[in-house]
Design a protein around this ligand. Structure first.
Ligand code: PEP
Length: 254
């Protein structure tokens, strides 16, 4: 039986600038939980405001970035590097979110490069994968998840980081921001499949220690059922992480 270490992670996307971020984090009340962590992936521009509030109020909340580049520095207009994030105290990054793949041409190759470099810089990565509706309807869910992980699972630095610095978020694209949540059965099947892929390459303690979060229209009304699934180790939450009441309700369910 795995002991779960739950992560409730919010992805604010392009919402909450520094002033809103400070307001949110000045108002939030978070009780520490023995086996659960809270994390917020906020816009780059809001990172420092978030860190300041968390530090001032001693809040048990980790702050992370929504992406990170695969080079240290250079001619990459509009990008942010791992050393820059670390300079302001950020060591958590989300990589490969489907919106990055869909709107900004992120591919499995660039996701791999970003992940390898971030890990080399000592950052912790939450790697996002998931199938589109068309892929699910064509019965390609497992094939797509495998395609999205195959290079990561062939990379020694990624392999050794699973369970400590590298974790996964399974986010079916058809469930993100749509209000259509995967059923616990659908989510558990995908999570079990992903864990099975890890098990082909890694010892069981590392497989068990790797968090696989579910993301896609998580709300206070569906989270408890999802969390009962043996392979679901928490949630990556967009819309419901933006408002204090829904976000703290989710935390209250843990
Ligand atoms: C997300 O942004 O990763 C996400 C899952 O969004 P939502 O919860 O709004 O579907």
């Amino acid at each position: 039986m795995r002991t779960k270490s739950i992560l409730l992670a919010g992805n604010w996307k392009m919402n909450h600038g520094p002033a809103d971020t400070a307001k949110f984090l000045e108002a939030i009340e978070v009780k520490e939980k023995p086996n659960a962590k809270m994390r917020l992936y906020v816009p780059y521009l809001s990172l420092q405001a978030a860190l300041e509030s968390v530090e001032n109020r001693l809040l048990p909340i980790e702050i992370g970035a929504q992406n990170v580049h695969f080079e240290k520095s250079g001619a990459f207009t509009g990008e942010i590097s791992a050393p820059m994030l670390k300079e302001v105290g950020i060591t958590q990054a989300l990589i490969g979110h489907s919106e990055r793949r869909q709107y900004f041409n992120e591919t499995n190759d660039t996701v791999l490069k970003r992940t390898v470099f971030a890990l080399s810089q000592g950052m912790e990565v939450l790697l996002c994968i998931g199938e589109t509706l068309a892929e699910r309807q064509a019965n390609r869910t497992e094939a797509v998840l495998e395609e999205q992980l195959v290079q990561i699972l062939a990379q020694p630095d990624c392999l050794s980081a699973f369970g400590t610095k590298l974790h996964i978020a399974y986010e079916p694209v058809w469930a993100i921001g749509t209000g259509v949540v995967a059923t616990p059965e659908q989510a558990e099947a995908a999570h079990a499949f992903i864990r099975g892929l890890l098990a082909k390459k890694l010892p069981s303690d590392q497989v068990n220690a790797t968090r696989i979060l579910y993301g896609g229209s998580v709300s206070p009304s569906n989270f408890a059922e999802l969390l009962k699934c043996p392979n679901i180790d928490g949630g990556l939450v967009g819309g419901a992480s933006l408002k204090l009441d829904s976000w703290t309700q989710l935390w209250g369910l843990l």
